[in-house]
Design a protein. Sequence first.
Length: 206
Amino acid sequence: MNGYPVVLRLKGRRCLIAGGGPIAERKALGLLDGGADQLTVISPSFTPQLLQLANEGRLELIQREYQSGDAGGQFLIIAATGDMAINGQIGLEAEEASALFNDASNAELSAFATSAAVRQGNLLLSVNTGGEAPALSAVLREELAQLYGSSRYAEAAALLGELRRLLAAEERPAAERRERLRLEAQRLAHWAAADRQRSAERTDRL
Ligand SMILES: C[C@@]1(CC(=O)O)c2cc3[nH]c(cc4nc(cc5[nH]c(cc(n2)[C@H]1CCC(=O)O)[C@@](C)(CC(=O)O)[C@@H]5CCC(=O)O)C(CC(=O)O)=C4CCC(=O)O)c(CCC(=O)O)c3CC(=O)O
Ligand SMILES: NC(=O)C1=CN([C@@H]2O[C@H](COP(=O)(O)OP(=O)(O)OC[C@H]3O[C@@H](n4cnc5c(N)ncnc54)[C@H](O)[C@@H]3O)[C@@H](O)[C@H]2O)C=CC1
């Protein structure tokens, strides 16, 4: 069974990852891409890239095992220690602390799942298979990036955003605004797709 898709605003909210291996690193990069600016990673050991991110000041590292009480005050917690029993324990504490919880080793024990994502400006496309086939999510993410990864789509979103604000300021009737915006969205999506087609043809000719 799949769940309900949401987009979390992480800026200014405390996020915690337990574990410092490759999976913790991937989740950390995902949180940073998602706007996290108060990220802590707790683990006895860290990948070189996690150490690098800490050096750049993008996250904080605490070099020790997860301890009871670490969950307090966190908005979101990801357990990626590689030990299912410890991850489960962290999950119980996360629930007590009312933090959103993800267990990288167990979809059933997670309040939320992570998804594969393609980002361009404010445009975000994400893929999730309900824990069934994460490898398929990764492959579809690559396909989506081919189709929609061009900056033209982000430009289209930004242009529509401007138009949307203008129309709102003019206090047009809601139905008129919706129709106009749908039409412009279609035109801009076609423009972006045609641009992609042209670049593909140019590449073919080279
Ligand atoms: C439930 C979920 C929990 C969660 O939220 O983390 C989960 C769970 C597990 N993944 C496992 C394995 C793999 N995961 C990946 C890749 C990704 N996994 C991601 C998400 C999720 N993985 C959530 C469900 C998402 C969904 O259903 O769509 C992605 C999309 C996003 C992200 O990681 O942030 C990211 C792609 C990112 C990208 O490329 O964009 C690959 C492929 C690869 O590495 O190339 C493999 C190996 C192939 C395979 O096993 O399929 C295992 C077994 C571990 C073991 O056996 O030890 C478990 C545990 C279990 O089965 O429960
Ligand atoms: N959700 C996903 O996409 C995937 C999840 N997994 C799961 O993620 C787990 C972690 O994978 P890897 O990073 O490859 O494992 P790993 O074994 O390389 O890393 C585990 C990390 O956790 C740390 N750790 C161990 N005990 C700890 C504790 N008590 N408190 C804090 N940190 C602790 C270790 O020092 C190490 O840094 C796997 O066991 C697997 O279940 C694996 C593949 C994909």
